[in-house]
Design a protein around this ligand. Structure first.
Ligand SMILES: [Zn+2]
Ligand SMILES: [Zn+2]
Length: 340
């Protein structure tokens, strides 16, 4: 009989540990061997000795933390390429969250666990789509695991932004978005929607856009907002970190319309308290329906929840006969708050 995953994949203070394989997944502290799902800072931490991830995730980690902190030894693994780790067969499958984001699939003695990392199911022109795979235990996030969280199609929110630009041609639209993933997805969605004018960037967003470009993404013209003449920003779209859109930095823009792109914008009070005039519900995380659909698709009899609103998700899974377990790993979700 295949061993139950709880006997070989353990939740330790450092994070999820695959005992026979001798590696951690997204460890919260520096460890000897780490497998990293994606480059958001709550999952990809500095100082590991050996880091295994997709080529894209490794490039993003080096850009964010510097090559020396991104792992003494870095090993890239291709999509769906099997790797033997002391008898554990490991593969990386696309998670659809940000560029390079992967699910970690582990097979050991006939038992299979999939650790999703963060994921979404809506299409994203900047990364590969989530690939569901059957497993015995599915380890999922739960950032938006409440029935109130339902993300509309991102294209619909982009259409609302462009309608507002058309309505207020004398104002600058400044969109708050997280530097890794959301920013590049917005640019790609705007291009898909036919916006071919320059998209101005706050300086904090430029370096990671350059990594995406080096990895083959084409964004069109992305001038620096601070270098632009005030007149050029009239009627323009400017992307900035969420923290910059309502502060002094944005005051130089022409009568700005403040927008923020996040799954949290579903919560009206949240948008209001942050002075957001145009909340855009665009998220890189699965919403309530996507989480439940994914749990059904992977057909695992058991689901473990790493971080987020685990109670409602475990309850809903239980109603369908799926066993749920909250891992309560402390330390994930910090970056997601802004990135979601
Ligand atoms: Zn993430
Ligand atoms: Zn996360």
């Amino acid at each position: 009989m295949a061993p139950h995953p709880a006997t070989w994949l353990r939740s330790l203070p450092q994070g999820l540990y695959c005992e026979p394989g001798g590696f951690f997944i997204d460890p919260l502290r520096a460890v000897d061997r780490a497998v990293i799902t994606h480059a958001h800072s709550d999952h990809a931490r500095p100082g590991h000795r050996h880091v295994l991830a997709t080529r894209e995730t490794l490039a993003l980690m080096r850009a964010r933390m510097g090559a020396e902190r991104a792992g003494e030894a870095q090993q890239a693994l291709g999509w769906n390429e099997p790797l033997d780790m002391n008898g554990v067969e490991l593969r990386l499958l696309p998670a659809g969250h940000v560029l390079g984001s992967a699910q970690v699939v582990m097979n050991w003695r006939g038992s299979r666990v999939v650790v999703s990392g963060d994921y979404k199911r809506q299409p994203d022109p900047t990364c590969r789509g989530f690939e569901p795979t059957r497993c015995d235990v599915f380890v999922t996030e739960a950032t938006f695991a409440l029935p109130v969280f339902r993300h509309p199609p991102a294209g619909q929110e982009i259409a609302r932004l462009l309608a507002s630009v058309a309505l207020f041609p004398e104002r600058t639209h400044v969109v708050g978005c997280y530097a890794l993933g959301k920013c590049q997805r917005l640019i790609a969605l705007l291009r898909e929607a036919g916006w071919d004018r320059p998209i101005y960037l706050h300086g904090a967003l430029t370096p990671l856009c350059e990594v995406y470009t080096a990895l083959g993404q084409r964004f069109g013209e992305l001038p620096a907002a601070t270098a632009a003449a005030k007149q050029a920003l009239v009627g323009a779209i400017v992307l900035a970190p969420p923290g910059a859109v309502a502060d002094r930095w944005a005051r130089r823009l022409a009568d700005p319309v403040v927008a923020v792109a996040s799954g949290w914008m579903r919560v009206r009070q949240r948008a209001k308290s942050r002075g957001v005039e145009l909340p855009l519900v665009i998220s890189d995380h699965a919403d309530w329906d996507e989480l439940n659909m994914t749990i059904d698709e992977v057909a695992a009899p058991e689901v473990w929840v790493t971080h987020g609103q685990e109670d409602a998700l475990i309850h809903a899974a239980g109603l369908r006969g799926i066993k749920g377990r909250a891992l309560r790993l402390v330390g994930y979700g910090e970056e997601d708050e802004a990135a979601a």
